[in-house]
Write a protein that binds this ligand. Structure first.
Ligand code: NDP
Length: 326
């Protein structure tokens, strides 16, 4: 029987998500990798315990997380049922739909048909009555924005999601979507986008600034560039690393191309008394634009390391310039 740490709320920082009533932990846990059928179930359970014991209340999923697609939701549903049923009201669980999930024309993109049936499937897999946040996972150039936003509205009205979010939207589309959802009086509160020292897209496409202007939260995915912005690859490619266990999204070439920059960043982190992972997360949290950094992990110790990022999120101008130069 799992007994969460009584001191779990003592050290985590909670940030308001835009101007909503929802507070999110500065560090959240994503289940994209290591929670599918190829992961180790006991390790998944231990990662969830470590997260919650240290104040990480937010767990992020999507319909297609696996492999196999859907299996991360099934495993997480089992973990919740076996250990967290008494703590559901202390958890913020999110899922998404927007990428290919089932064959045929109704299992992808942003139609009303797809979003509503996908969330029903996700709830069944996770054995939940509702999720806290439901996201449209990516912009759909073919479906009218009004239809996609209308589907999100229907989902909130049905009680199957408390809040809605948008993922991988750019600044101008975010603004249009936000206006539609505001007219529909739907609590759209958060954007989920890639952001790290290595990937500044949201600074360039206007999302970072626009979200602040519209008083919406931002949660950043792949804040460690899938493990590159850590000590993981400093001495070669470990056998248990993401590259070796699942090379679909990060490969050896990318690490080779970036390793000298990683080493230079690691020296700055050392001078700050942080691990590179801690510094990379602190860098995102430094200016209060971002509500939460959405980390992945393959072991509980990584979660503990990453949480320490919140202890120092202040950077000198010289450090910021040196990081930008690298
Ligand atoms: P990260 O950039 O945090 O990469 C996580 C990986 O970095 C881990 O699996 C681990 O790799 C390594 N790592 C983490 N912490 C440490 C540490 N302290 N020291 C050494 N290595 C470490 O994030 P992800 O790319 O995993 O994405 C995070 C979440 O974001 C996802 O789970 C998902 O919820 C969300 N996401 C959303 C997307 C969207 O389109 N909305 C797209 C992608 C992700 P290793 O396995 O090698 O140990």
């Amino acid at each position: 029987m799992y007994n969460p740490d009584a001191k779990r709320y003592n050290t985590m920082k909670y940030n308001r998500c835009g101007n909503s009533g929802l507070l999110l932990p500065a560090v959240s846990l994503g289940l994209w990798h290591n929670f599918g059928d190829t992961g180790n179930y006991d390790n998944m359970v231990q990662m969830c315990f470590t997260a919650f014991d240290n104040g990480i209340t937010h767990f992020d999923l999507a319909n297609n997380y696996g492999p196999e697609p859907g299996s991360a939701e099934i495993n997480f549903g089992k973990i919740i049922k076996e250990n967290f049923s008494a703590y559901r009201d202390e958890l913020i669980i999110s899922t998404k739909a927007g990428y290919g999930m089932w064959p045929g024309p109704y299992g992808d993109w942003g139609s009303r048909k797809y979003l509503i049936s996908s969330l029903d499937q996700s709830l069944q897999r996770m054995r939940l009555d509702y999720v806290d946040i439901f996201y449209h996972h990516r912009m759909d150039p073919q479906t009218p924005l009004e239809e996609t936003m209308g589907a999100l509205a229907q989902i909130v009205h049905s009680g199957k999601a408390l809040y809605v979010g948008l993922s991988n939207y750019d600044g101008p589309t975010l603004e249009k979507a936000s206006r539609i959802l505001e007219d529909l009086r739907i609590p759209f509160i958060i954007n989920q986008n890639k952001y790290s020292i290595f990937d500044r897209t949201i600074e360039k496409n206007g999302l970072k600034q626009k979200a602040k202007e519209l008083k919406k939260g931002i949660i950043c995915f792949s804040p460690l560039a899938q493990g590159m912005l850590t000590d993981r690859y400093l001495e070669g490619i470990p056998a248990d690393s993401r590259i070796r266990t699942d090379g679909r999204f990060l490969n050896e070439n990318e690490v080779e191309q970036n390793i000298s920059r990683v080493r230079a960043l690691n020296e700055i982190a050392k001078r700050r008394g942080q691990t590179l992972a801690e510094m990379a997360l602190a860098w995102i949290l430094k200016d209060n634009y971002v509500t939460s950094v959405l980390i992945g992990a393959s072991k509980p110790s990584q979660i503990l390391d990453n949480i320490r990022a919140i202890e120092n999120t202040t950077f000198t101008d010289d450090e910021l310039k040196a990081i930008d130069n690298i």
